[in-house]
Design a protein around this ligand. Structure first.
Ligand code: GTP
Ligand code: GTP
Ligand code: MG
Ligand code: MG
Lengths: 276, 292
């Protein structure tokens, strides 16, 4: 869509519709369109290509600078959290593979001791990727698994420990308390750990994602988001509201079910895709 | 929620005296916002609000002493009607076994729901057979087998080297020979835009002619719910929907979107991780939840 045109109210409403359909949320969409309307007036914008540039720029600004994972420490401890079915276990498999490719020694911890075959699932990934896995019996204390994994990381000279946790809905107070216990145990072992608390968020999720980010952040201090299933038709626009309100950066995106289907987040690409 | 917002809107409007049609149209903005915030699809909201507006500019609202309450009443009625009466009945085959196929996106809750559904059917006096049709996801077969053990219900599997079509056919044969009158086929999660995997579902359907093809949808799904439901419905012909993770605090507007775009009844609601956490879907309760 390029060329010159009068940007009337219908045009701005269409833009608002596209944003909302991308799960950006009504308030954030209105904020972006209002800013754009002002920019069009001030800068006397007459061409659609210029207008989309300005809009993409304000989206990129809202998302904040692209930030890498905090893996400077040795061992770096990454705790992976999120609601049921978001893609945590699969993302851990992909991430372990990525670190291995970088020549790092990785340990993954089967911290979901509850769900049927959760440990088996992570074990398949460990074998696929060629990393060590720390696991206990099904039904055991997830905090004990985390503790065990950090000890193993130290004694085996690992560079990264990635800790899987069971999916949980953020309104389940007792489950959020359990997660806090895992966090406490990790933190007691190393006051700088976990160095990264990755919230795994399904791109098909609607506005409830804001509440997910808020509650998980309050509970265990989320430092980054892995946005999964972007290979579908959902846009994941909820991360705009999350960046705006909670300042949590998106660090990774999942684009498929294979071991290579993990990429660093690119704000400009993401902004462009909202209008594709 | 919406009730309070409408009260506020109508207080301001009534302050000027008699309510006009234009005033009611202003109030519709609150309804629209509430539905969008609840994740109801943008286009579904447009159609729904214009329906509500048609009724709301009638005398029942304009002449009412409590116009806000009248509008809420209309919205609730329209929502409940749209989402359909309670119909959690599984369509039973004239000649057993009844074959049920669960389909949907990755992580929606199909495998867990398969176990829950088998549990419900057993309590209704049926003899269900669970079928491990996901040959792709790591430990998917094991997951269903563990659920089967927990329920003390049989799980049919040919391992992960046989095609899901072959597994489904063999399962139905097995059911006939072992007196299982219900067959519940768990399938792998897939994207509605994955042509190959969508074709696989069509192939399974062609081969075992399911009596029910149920789309399993995560209640927290956003605007994309419409695309997913529409595509699955066009390619397979759905007979129903199961909404999962309703024990969360999402408003669940996806329920309205899915129903509006497919016309399929939402038969069950998943309300927890345990195998007893499946209830019949209550459209009136859902309406209240969506409105917030
Ligand atoms: N298409 C697609 N599927 C994905 C992606 N990430 C994960 N999945 C799939 O989503 C489903 C759920 O993934 P899991 O890794 O089991 O999710 P989880 O968060 O660990 O689930 P729980 O432990 O049960 O809470 C699986 O079928 C994965 O293959 C992605 O980026 N794209
Ligand atoms: N709280 C809650 N969790 C649920 C519900 N239904 C399923 N889950 C959880 O959601 C996650 C995904 O469930 P699965 O049954 O593995 O989903 P799936 O659709 O089979 O996933 P794929 O096979 O990978 O596509 C698991 O952690 C389940 O325990 C529900 O109604 N409430
Ligand atoms: Mg998992
Ligand atoms: Mg499954």
């Amino acid at each position: 869509v390029s060329g010159k045109r009068e940007f009337d109210e219908d045009f701005f409403e269409e833009l608002e519709e596209i944003l909302v359909q991308g799960d950006v949320g009504v308030n954030t969409a209105l904020e972006l369109v209002d800013r754009l309307r002002d920019a069009v007036k001030e800068q006397k914008i007459k061409e659609t290509e210029r207008l989309y540039q300005v809009l993409e720029q304000s989206i990129v600004e809202m998302l904040g600078e692209d930030q890498p994972l905090n893996v400077g420490a040795k061992p770096s401890v990454i705790m992976v959290v999120g609601v049921n079915g978001a893609g945590k276990t699969t993302t851990i498999g992909k991430l372990a593979h990525q670190f291995k490719d970088q020549g790092k020694r990785v340990i993954i911890a089967a911290g979901d001791t509850f769900r049927a075959a959760a440990i088996d699932q992570l074990e398949v990934w460990a074998n696929r990727v060629g990393t060590q896995i720390i696991k206990h019996q099904e039904g055991s204390d997830p905090a004990a698994v985390a503790f065990d994994a950090i000890q193993a990381a130290r004694s085996r000279n690992a560079d990264v420990v990635i800790i899987d946790t069971a999916g949980r809905l953020q309104n389940k107070t007792n489950l959020m308390k359990e997660l806090q216990k895992v966090h406490r145990v990790i933190n007691r072992e190393d006051p700088a750990a976990p160095h990264e608390v990755l919230l795994v968020l399904d791109a098909t999720t609607g506005q409830n994602a804001i509440s997910q980010a808020k509650v998980f952040k309050e509970a265990v201090g989320v430092t980054g988001i892995a946005l999964t299933k972007l290979d579908g038709t959902a846009k994941g626009g909820v991360v705009l509201g999350i960046a705006n309100e909670l300042k949590i950066p998106v660090k990774l995106i999942g684009v498929g079910e294979g071991v290579e289907d993990l990429r660093p987040f690119d704000a400009e690409e993401f902004a462009r895709a909202l209008f594709a | 929620g919406l009730a309070e917002k409408l009260q506020g809107t109508f207080q301001k409007l009534k302050g000027k005296g008699k309510l006009s049609e234009a005033d009611v149209k202003k109030a519709m903005r609150e309804v629209r916002l509430a539905l969008l915030e609840a994740d109801v699809n943008y286009k579904v909201v447009k159609d729904f609000v214009s329906k509500v507006q048609e009724r709301a500019v009638g005398q029942e609202v304009l002449k009412s002493l409590t116009p806000a309450q009248q509008v809420i009443k209309i919205v609730n009625e329209e929502l409940t009607n749209l989402m359909g009466g309670e119909q959690s009945k599984i369509k039973i085959a004239s000649k057993p076994p009844t074959v049920i196929m669960l389909v949907g996106l990755q992580g929606a809750g199909k495998t867990t729901t398969a176990g829950k559904l088998a549990n419900v059917l057993r309590k209704q006096g049926r003899r269900p057979l669970l079928v491990a049709g996901d040959i792709y996801r790591p430990a998917a077969i094991k997951q269903l087998q563990v659920l089967g053990e927990q329920l003390d219900l049989p799980v049919f599997s040919l391992g992960d080297k046989q095609s899901p079509v072959n597994i489904a056919r063999a399962a139905v044969e097995h059911a006939k020979n072992h007196g299982n009158d219900m067959v519940i086929i768990d399938t792998a999660g897939r994207l509605h835009v994955d042509e190959e995997l969508m074709q696989e579902l069509s192939d399974i359907k062609e081969n075992v002619e399911p009596d029910e093809i149920l789309l399993v949808v995560d209640a927290m799904t956003g605007q994309d719910a419409v695309n997913v439901a529409q595509t699955f419905n066009e390619q397979l012909g759905l007979t129903g929907v199961i909404l999962t993770k309703l024990d969360g605090d999402t408003r669940g507007g996806a329920a309205l979107s899915v129903k509006a775009v497919t016309g399929c009844p939402i038969k069950y609601a998943g309300v927890g991780e345990k195998l007893d956490a499946l209830e019949p879907f209550h459209p009136d309760r859902m309406a209240g939840r969506i409105l917030g």
